[in-house]
Design a protein around this ligand. Structure first.
Ligand SMILES: Cc1ncc(COP(=O)(O)O)c(C=O)c1O
Length: 433
């Protein structure tokens, strides 16, 4: 039995073994070099951007795609194209990244939060109806960690109440729900191409998709300052509606196109790695691996374990035990981390409700008066945050070229911490808790 690395023993994961994400190949570099040649003079749209839009639309099976400069802007295009405006309410899961909700605020809409399903960590369809009011216009369903939400139930509720479904697929490219790919699961969708994501533009980027021409046309205007710009026709410099500059560029698009060619292969490698983790960590005392319902696939942007000390006979709050485990595992070379620290409605923006100054948009005369956010109204989101331990993002080693040799080392580190040295983890948690 070797000493914990925290106490000076040899780390379970040798230094330099984890390869960062995105995985950049010679093909990717060649694609960038070629795009660089075409990058001057500046023009709109750039050829690589148009090609990326065509290829992503084909990949997911949607009619229209617009590439943008972030996942947040792609989501805002969805909100704006859905004509969500002042006072309109949009349902959003209480556990997600801020942008799933702030995209609503960007159009002066009001996010209303819904608790999550404890097994999938996605919005809980059983809790949606109780939040619907006469102002509700849409539901943002987030494919959290890489797992698609419960779209059949969500669409049924949306149809019943005349709502649109906006898919936030920022974390889940490559996953499928009942055979349909992420990016095609809502009426409108936004995905991120941020450098940490399963499909990336290296730096920043996003992809908006829809099947509706009217949504596409509105989103095209919003992306380009509110103007209508037709390829081959002179620009009029006339804004029809409120718009932003959400354009992206040739180099980012070329990188994303090159990565897209390998997305199925890269997703399969992630799934192989994460299945190995689940197979070997399942029996570990105090850990619950991710749940994947049989009707969908997971693309593992995050591999999330829930820490359940009571199942290991340990009488400690989950967060204290989790924090000690993170310390021990990180010393072993396993880049485990926390993610969200409060449910989104617990963030200061929602506590103080002052988005643009003067309390806007909550103080807007179109908004329902008296909206407040209480994090304790979302117990499943709160509980997840206390138990949450994950691998993933750019440095987590889940994606290729990392393979089972690295996963084996991760599993060895978990065994070391929770098998051989459980008493020391408990002691550390008590000391620091
Ligand atoms: C669930 C979710 N939605 C939206 C976004 C926003 O994407 P971007 O960072 O590309 O703006 C992220 C990014 O982390 C995300 O995780």
């Amino acid at each position: 039995m070797s000493e914990l690395a925290l106490k000076g023993g040899p780390p379970a994961v040798p230094e330099g073994m984890i390869k960062p994400w995105p995985w950049i190949t010679e093909e990717d570099k060649q694609a960038i070099r070629q795009a660089l040649e075409e990058a001057t003079p500046w023009r709109y749209p750039f050829p690589q951007v148009t090609a990326l839009e065509k290829e992503w639309a084909e990949f997911v099976g949607m009619k229209y795609c617009l590439a943008t400069n972030s996942g947040t802007s792609a989501l805002h295009l969805a909100v704006a194209a859905a004509q969500i405006g002042p006072g309109d309410e949009v349902l959003v899961p209480a556990f997600t990244f801020l942008a799933s909700a702030s995209c609503v605020l960007h159009s002066n809409g009001i996010p209303i939060f819904v608790d999550i399903d404890p097994r999938t960590c996605c919005i809980d369809p059983r809790k949606i109806e109780e939040q619907i009011t006469d102002r509700t216009k849409a539901i943002v369903a987030v494919d959290i960690h890489g797992l698609p939400a419960d779209y059949e139930e969500i669409h049924a509720l949306a149809r019943k109440h005349g709502l649109l479904v906006i898919e936030d697929g920022a974390q889940a490219h490559g996953a499928e729900y009942k055979g349909r790919p992420v990016g095609a699961l809502g009426d409108l969708a936004g995905c991120s191409l941020n450098g940490s994501k399963n499909l990336s533009a290296l730096g920043e980027g996003g992809l908006f998709t829809t099947n509706e021409q009217r949504h596409f046309e509105l989103a095209s205007r919003v992306r380009m300052f509110g103007e209508v710009v037709r390829p081959g026709e002179p620009r009029q410099y006339n804004a029809y509606i409120m718009g932003w500059n959400y354009r992206t560029d040739n180099l980012q698009a070329a990188f994303a196109r090159s990565q897209l060619k390998r997305l199925p292969e890269m997703t399969a490698a992630r799934v192989r790695n994460c299945n190995y983790l689940t197979e070997h960590l399942r029996e570990m005392p105090g850990l619950e691996p991710p749940y994947v319902p049989p009707d969908r696939t997971h693309s593992y942007f995050f591999y999330v374990l829930r820490v359940k000390p009571e199942r290991a006979g340990v009488d400690l709050p989950p967060a204290a035990f989790r924090d000690a485990l993170i310390k021990v595992l990180r010393a072993e070379g396993v880049p485990v981390q926390r993610w969200q620290t409060v449910p989104v409605p617990g963030q200061s923006l929602f506590q103080f409700r002052d988005g643009y100054g003067k309390g806007c948009p909550w103080s807007c005369p179109y908004a329902r008066p008296g909206i407040e956010y209480h994090p304790e109204d979302y117990p499943q989101a709160q509980r997840l945050i206390e138990e949450f331990l994950c691998l993933g993002h750019s440095g987590g080693g889940l994606g290729p070229p990392n393979g089972l040799d690295l996963m084996e080392r991760y599993v060895a580190a978990f065994h070391k911490a929770l098998g051989e040295h459980l008493d020391e983890v408990i002691k550390l948690a008590r000391e620091e808790g």
